[in-house]
Each structure stands twice: as C-alpha cells, then as structure tokens.
Design a binder for this molecule. Structure first.
Ligand code: GDP
Length: 447
C-alpha cells in the first residue's frame, strides 16, 4: 500500500491545519503528491493532467466545513472526483441483454488481458444468476489452444460451447454460431476474439467485420489492471475501431493499483462494467467505482484515519495487546473488550470502515454498520457484567452464571453464548494471526 504517499499527505495535512480555506498555495503541494500517486498507479499522463486540473478547479476557494481540515477536505474532493471519473453513478453499468435473443456480447482486447477467462466468467454469471441459456464461441483462429481453452472453461461455467477451427474465417465462425444460437433458442451468445500483443490494423479490421456481422448489443473492451501507461493508447485504438459499450477491468487482484482503468475510461467514455478478481471462474464482480478510486490513489481516506487513530487510540494498550498476541500468550475477554473499545474510540465501526483504504474495507463494506455498532455496545455490556476471574478464564462460566450475566446486561442468555462463541473464534484467529491485523495496522499508522 502506498505508505509513502500516506506519510507525505499526512505531513502536508498537518502543515495545513489551522488554515480555514483551500487556497492556491496549500493546494499545490498536495496536488503534486496526488499527481505522483496517479503516475505511480500507471495512469497515463494526459489523463492525470486533466484530472488534476478538474480537482484544482473544484477545490479552490471552497469553504472547509466544520471539523475538516483543508487537507481532509481536499482528500475528499480528490476521492470523489476520482470515483466520478471512474464512472460512479454512470447509467448503463449493468450488462445490457435487451435485444432480440440471442443477445450478442463481443469481447475485444489484446492477447493475455483475460478475454477468454472473462468470457467464461460471464457465461457462468449469466447462467447462474440471470438464468440465461448461454453459448460461447471463439473466433481466435490463430491460436487453436485458445479455442480449446474456451471449450474447457465454458464447460466449467456450465454453459455451452460452439466448436470452431483454425481453418475457418472469423466472420464465418461468428455467423455459424449466431445461426446455431438462434435455432436453439439461446438467450446470449458470447464471442471471444483473437488478440495480438499490440494493436495492429489487420486485427482491428477483423474485429470490425465481426462487429458488423454480429451486431452485438454489448461490445466489451477487456483491459488488464496491470497494463501500464500504454492502456490509454490501446483503449483509444479499440474505441475508434468499435462502438464500445463497456470495459472489463481484469486482474484487479494483482499488486497493481489499476490506473489503466482511469485511462481506459477517459479515452473511451464508456462505463467499466465488471472487474476480474481472480483466476477462478467465479472471480468476476460488478465494478465498484468508489472502491477502485481509493485503490488507485492508494489511500482511501487514510489521512483522516491516521489523525483519528493517533488522537484517540491508546497506543500503549494496542501495542501491548499486539505483543501479547505475538508472543502466543492467551487472548482473554479483557483483550476482547479492549479491542471492542478501541473500535468505538475510533469513531465507531462505520466511520472507521469508511476511512480504511479501499482494499481493506471492501469486505467490511457489506456489513450493516448501525447494527454492528449496536452489537458492540451490547457486547461491552455483557463483558462488563462478568467478574474479573470470568474475563480471564471464560471457560469457567457455567449456565447459572450465564443467566446472571445476561440479566445484568439486560440481554438474553443466547446473546451471552453467542459472544462467548465469537470470542472463541477470535481467540483461534489471534493464535493463527501472530501479530494481529488491526493492531498491526494501528501500530503502523500511529507509530
Ligand atoms: P486472453 O488472451 O485475453 O484470452 O487471456 P486469458 O483469458 O487467456 O488470460 C490470460 C491470463 O490471465 C490467464 O492466466 C488467466 O488465468 C489470467 N487472468 C484473467 N483474468 C484474471 C483475473 O481477473 N485475475 C487473475 N489473477 N488472473 C486473471
């Protein structure tokens, strides 16, 4: 994670604190760091320039609200603008299948970006979630292995595959597959195409012909998140050759910060519809612009988190617990309580999750936060109703004591049991973790 950027920004934020407005002077330093971060994430230079100009325009002179420092406010503007650029709120992010069946989806992109894999992932998603009857076909006549690969993965997806060979012309394959799909009442035809290592005119001509023959309702440009600065030129070439309707960003599970997405969005103007999240056949998600924006910047709203964490958390306690866990000492209910309290001190779970770098909070984001916070308070109440001895050795708590504890905390006995189970799981996890995720993170930020 971009710790260097985080450090720089939090330093700048501190320097800026006390200033009531975002001004030309204090914005310039911060935007320089943001610019660097975007370039490091492999966003193409013209795209970065354009982006920074837009942020500057939005930021200048803006009043800083309430408790926000100018630094925090600017980070907020950057994040929002990034999410917007990434297509947040853009209509048409769903896969459009509203066509006279079969709805044809044409896959385009360079070789190795993940077209074949994505074709199969889409086949699975449409078959399972949208209950469609799906046919796949490969028009990659240059690589017989690619045709075989599609056959294999289509089978895994539980969809049907239409045979093709290296001797046929791509357009003939497409027509035959379309005819077959019509006659056998398929809802969707997914067409995988040949890619090259770089854009070339013959390839573009071929895919244009395929497009004309198939009249697809969706033409998806597949771009690899690891693809560097060049993503912009590739996207531009495909966007000029074809009326693209969407982008699939693959390999978002890799190390790269995925700046390619921003470049591809910028030059094509079409929404990013899906993100590839693993090599596996179910590794495809509907694209989440906001989440991805935080990742490109490499920080989420981490500046605010750093400040909040260092201000509120008892670092000594956190470190003591981390050390304890690391040394393999047992994790008891007192530690469990301390951890719950620290979460509360950081402004509650919801604000914490909002501020975490996107990758970390991605999973947590699906939790109902209000409910989670209420639960935390109830748990505190339960642990507070126990004796010191019981907190150290929860295994001593018998049924009669559980009832007392429950009535002391004003909850049902089942809730006490649930807490003890959860604690047991946490204890196991702590043993496995050696070092403790949350603690380690707080230590790094605060230390
Ligand atoms: P194509 O040449 O465009 O058809 O690319 P392939 O579908 O053959 O994919 C190239 C490689 O990328 C394969 O090894 C895939 O397993 C891998 N791949 C594709 N999508 C993803 C993804 O979302 N995550 C990861 N980790 N690997 C992917």
């Amino acid at each position: 994670m971009a710790s260097a950027l985080t450090e720089k920004l939090s330093r700048l934020v501190k320097e800026m604190r006390g200033q009531a407005r975002i001004t030309e002077a204090n914005v310039t330093d911060m935007l320089r760091e943001v610019r660097m971060a975007l370039l490091e994430a492999d966003v193409a230079l013209p795209v970065v320039r354009d982006f920074i100009a837009r942020v500057k325009e939005k930021a200048l002179g803006q009043e800083v609200l309430g408790s926000l420092s100018p630094g925090q406010a600017l980070v907020g503007i950057v994040n929002r603008e990034l999410a917007t650029t990434m297509g947040q709120g853009l209509p048409g992010a769903e896969l459009n299948l509203a066509a006279q069946p079969p709805a044809v989806v044409l896959m385009a992109g360079l070789q190795g970006t993940g077209k074949t894999t994505t074709t199969a992932k889409l086949a699975k998603l449409l078959t399972e979630r949208r209950k469609k009857k799906v046919l796949t076909v490969s028009a990659d006549v240059y690589r017989p292995a690619a045709i075989e690969q599609l056959k294999t993965v289509t089978k895994q997806a539980g969809a049907e595959w239409f045979p093709s060979t290296g001797e046929q012309k791509p357009v003939d394959i497409a027509r035959a597959a379309l005819d077959h799909a019509k006659r056998h009442y398929f809802d969707v035809l997914l067409v995988d195409t040949a890619g090259r290592l770089a854009v070339d005119e013959a390839l573009m001509q071929e895919i244009r012909e395929l497009h004309a023959a198939l009249n697809p309702v969706e033409t998806l440009f597949v771009v690899d998140a690891m693809q560097g600065q060049d993503a912009m030129n590739v996207a531009k070439a495909f966007g000029e050759a074809l009326p693209l309707t969407g982008i699939v960003l693959t390999k978002t599970d890799g190390d790269s910060r995925g700046g390619a997405a921003l470049s591809a969005r910028h030059v094509t103007g079409v929404p990013i519809k899906f993100a590839g999240t693993s090599e596996k056949i179910d590794g495809l998600e509907v694209f989440d612009a906001e989440r991805h924006a935080g990742r490109v910047l490499g920080m989420g709203d981490i500046v605010a988190l750093v400040e909040q964490v260092t201000a509120n958390v008892d670092m000594a306690a956190a470190q003591k617990l981390a050390a304890k866990v690391k040394s393999g000492e047992s994790f008891d209910l007192n530690d469990f309580l301390a951890q719950i309290q620290q979460m509360n001190q950081m402004g509650g779970l919801s604000s914490l999750m909002d501020k975490l770098p996107t990758q970390m909070s991605a999973k947590a984001g699906q939790v109902d936060m209000d409910r989670a916070e209420r639960e935390i308070r109830r748990k505190q109440g339960i642990i507070h109703s126990m004796t010191a001895q019981e907190r150290r050795k929860p295994e001593l708590i018998k049924a009669t004591r559980k009832r007392r504890i429950a009535s002391g905390a004003g909850v049902q006995v089942q809730e006490v049991n649930r807490l003890l189970n959860e604690f047991g799981q946490m204890q196991d996890m702590m043993k496995k973790m050696k070092g403790g995720g949350l603690m380690k993170m707080m230590k790094r930020m605060g230390g």
